[in-house]
Design a protein around this ligand. Structure first.
Ligand code: ZN
Length: 417
């Protein structure tokens, strides 16, 4: 997917979805140019075939075929000859990183431009240049795709990934890959919850998706936006606007328990959690990244390439996503049906009768689950309080259910909306 020129619309998005389709069958949604989506309007579709700046010797000194970042995304078409002075306002480089090409866009303002290394910019001499951007901006559509995995319950987990960036790896091919492999993994499992994966352009895609699905967002019980999951940084989870949603508590628990990352409070800047957490929706949707946007020098430059990400980082990101889903699947609120004094566990085959020196972790977990299951604490809450691994707490709850000592209650844990 790396060489494909993607943008918020255009053939690059379709070509990318064609590749993803080989892994899980996607259903595509096309929103026509001009359609109003809340305060926005779907833009014209942008397509590009070629672009270059040629010097007087006819050599391509900036060449779109060499790197998709060379053209400002959504550049209007141009074919002209001009002096270096006239060309310069349309050239963008990074003086602090003279060998990197910046990533620039001009989605909602008609403009054209080229991005190049600062070294290449400085090498341009004062002569006449031939400039071509063979692009089109025409009525078309914005395309996004979904993969839906039904569970026993209609309650949904939404997993949203932006697909509009061209040749940039961490942002966001990394998360597209993690999302696809997560979808494949969940597909082969029994599921209580339903999962909806959305692959769409940033900002306008999320706005369009919410606009089309406004009447159905009640089903979203948990969600997370995935971005920048391939770099070597520790995980950073940005809480939903609610701050105390089950997804917020779940991810915080996993990152802290394994000491692999940290959490931040919501802020209205970043990726598409901004739309899901706008006050009119206020959905329980957080964001999982490694190093967040703007906090690494390679961000939005050609240095965010295949060398910047690693298979090991991607694999660990996938594992964390699987564990988040696993936790959401198993988190419940139970009620102890024999709450007056401790029930006898030994007679039910749940407790070791051999009188060892210390009860096992599992036996501790049984006691914690029985004690806290008053309808106000979910298993996650008990795992945090007891410092026992959630999976052991969950196994203990299952054993107590099977022994008839617990029943599931629908009441959410305290602090839940
Ligand atoms: Zn980005």
């Amino acid at each position: 997917m790396y060489p494909i020129c993607r943008s918020i619309t255009g053939a690059g998005v379709g070509a990318t979805l064609d590749i993803l389709d080989r892994f899980v069958p996607l259903s595509r949604i096309h929103v026509p140019s001009g359609q109003r989506v809340f305060d926005w309007q779907v833009p014209k579709e942008w397509n590009i075939r070629d672009a270059y700046v040629k010097n007087s010797a006819g050599e391509r000194v900036v060449d779109f075929r060499q790197h998709t970042l060379h053209v400002v995304s959504y550049s209007t078409p141009i074919r002209a000859r001009m002096s270096l002075a006239d060309l310069k306002p349309h050239l963008f480089s990074l003086p602090d990183h003279p060998d990197w090409i910046p990533y620039r866009t001009s989605y909602y303002r008609d403009n054209w431009g080229f991005c190049l290394t600062h070294r290449a910019l400085q090498a341009l001499v004062d002569e006449e240049y031939e400039v071509l951007i063979d692009s089109t901006l025409e009525p078309g559509a914005l395309t996004m795709a979904e993969f839906f995995l039904p569970g026993e319950s209609a309650d949904e987990v939404i997993i949203y990934t932006h697909i509009c960036h061209p040749s940039l790896c961490n942002d966001n091919l990394s998360s597209i890959a993690v999302a696809i492999f997560l979808a494949q993994a969940l597909r082969g499992r029994a599921r209580t919850l339903s999962y909806r994966f959305v692959f769409a352009p940033a900002t306008i895609g999320a706005i369009a998706w919410l606009s089309l699905n406004e009447s159905r967002v009640e089903r979203i019980k948990h969600g997370f936006v995935l971005a920048s999951l391939g770099d070597s940084g520790r995980f950073v989870y940005k809480r939903s606007r609610r701050g105390d949603a089950e997804i917020d508590r779940a991810v915080e628990y996993l990152l802290t328990h394994d000491a692999i990352g940290s959490c931040e409070d919501f802020s209205p800047y970043g990726y598409d959690e901004r739309q899901f957490c706008s006050p009119g929706f206020n959905l329980p949707v957080g964001r999982l990244t490694r190093t967040p946007n703007g906090r690494y020098p390679e961000y939005h430059t050609s240095a965010d390439d295949l060398q910047f990400i690693s298979p090991a980082a991607l694999a660990e990101s996938l594992r964390v996503c699987e564990r988040i889903c696993d936790l959401l699947e198993h988190n419940r609120v139970y009620l102890n049906v024999a709450p007056k004094c401790e029930p006898r566990l030994g007679s039910r085959g749940l407790y070791s009768n051999t009188g060892g020196k210390n009860p096992s972790e599992f036996e501790h977990a049984l006691l914690w689950v029985l004690n806290q299951s008053d309808g106000n604490h979910d298993l996650l809450n008990i795992a945090v309080k007891s410092r026992i691994d959630f999976r052991v707490i969950s196994d203990a709850a299952r054993a107590l259910m099977e022994a008839g000592l617990l029943r599931v209650v629908q009441m959410r844990a305290r602090g839940e909306k």
